[in-house]
Design a protein around this ligand. Sequence first.
Ligand SMILES: [Zn+2]
Length: 189
Amino acid sequence: MGGNNGGYKCGCPSCGSPMRILSGTDITVTEKKFATALYGQCRNFGCSLSVAGEIAWTHVLKPSQLPESKCQLPLSPYLLRSTQAQAEAKKEAARTKRAAAEQNEEMLKRIEACRANGMTRRETLIETGCTPIQLRKIWPERVAPVRRKIEACRAAGMTRDDARRLVKCDRKTFSAYWPAVPCADTQHA
Ligand SMILES: [Zn+2]
């Protein structure tokens, strides 16, 4: 409607009436400015002011989605900051990841050294401060077959005597995995 050109209402500088906008073809394109020359004519017959001017784009608020955008305008300060922040966050994440990988590598080497020095798994865990997962990676826990059998019997609900007859091992080993006398205050079934 009158004077509303593409959403922007241009008013006459003289009387405030809507202007008729006639755009010229002159375009100023620099890295800082993308301008189109415009001509305007007041629609108020009594006024009839004619003016020349330009419309200029100066900052990018949201980058073009085109893969080969020719726009060279500077980013808005906000966009610039958030782009830099994103790049910084990406770099930081990569740094953290690299540091973690190096630390892990270092830890695995230390575990290996402890093992080579004849330490036990438990001693290694305390000495290096590694996690059980890291320890297992270098030094898999070997569950004694006897222990596995005893635990299986127990899980199956066998009595201790039956299990002892089934699992052929010495009394001491058996007791280590299935203590003979349960604690008085935590009587198990
Ligand atoms: Zn006017």
